[in-house]
Design a protein. Sequence first.
Length: 264
Amino acid sequence: MKFKNKNVWITGASSGIGAASAVEFARQGANVILSARREEALQQVKSDCEQLGAKAWVFPMDLAQTGDIVLIVQQVIQEVGTIDVLLNNGGISQRGVVNETILEVDRRIMEVNFFGTVALTKAVLPHMLKNGGGRVAVTSSLVGKFGFPLRSAYAASKHALHGFFESMRAELVKDGVSVTVICPGRIQTPISKSALQGDGKEWGQVDEGQQKGMSAEDCATQMVQAIYKGKKEVYIGGSDRLMVYIRRYCPPLFYWLVTRVKAT
């Protein structure tokens, strides 16, 4: 049991990759702290984890409300004790072309995906450093490595996470804090249903590509393994992972492909 008696805090834990990761951590002996906006859904995940013998706590959180985060961290530490692992998984996706997307949508996506994640990490770090270190992971995306149609703000927010967490890793490597950046591709989750369109309305459907993607459970297994091994960056998915290498080693081909692939 790789994480026996460790306390793992997971954001975006109410469904999809976050919920599956909570269950997988519980299987690996961890106790889990579950955060997201939907408390009822979190309670179900809590029950699933407890059935595996884990202790589980629910702390509802809206990552867009960064002013509340420090107080929530204090409450978690007071009730749980220590935070050994922080998995920053909460986020929101996008389905809208640049010229039809209002600026408020760009700001909302950056606020949740980047600033909320950064605020939580900064609030947890002093506690980790005081206790001699810990593990921090962040769920980015394959489009954190390249741009993609209908994802301009989403890709930008994920690119920003790479810059922040790579810098943090370099700064804290001697302080016992490991940093893992996780880049999933198409995974079978409901994230596209709440993705924001250009006018700010929700997309409201699960994309065909996601329906055919890797299961959230298989993705979570690979994520937990990567965090345990202290991997710096990991790509998870199917053939969609090839786009990372095409972009790196053959940019002209990437530029040609990205205008022709099915964006959803």
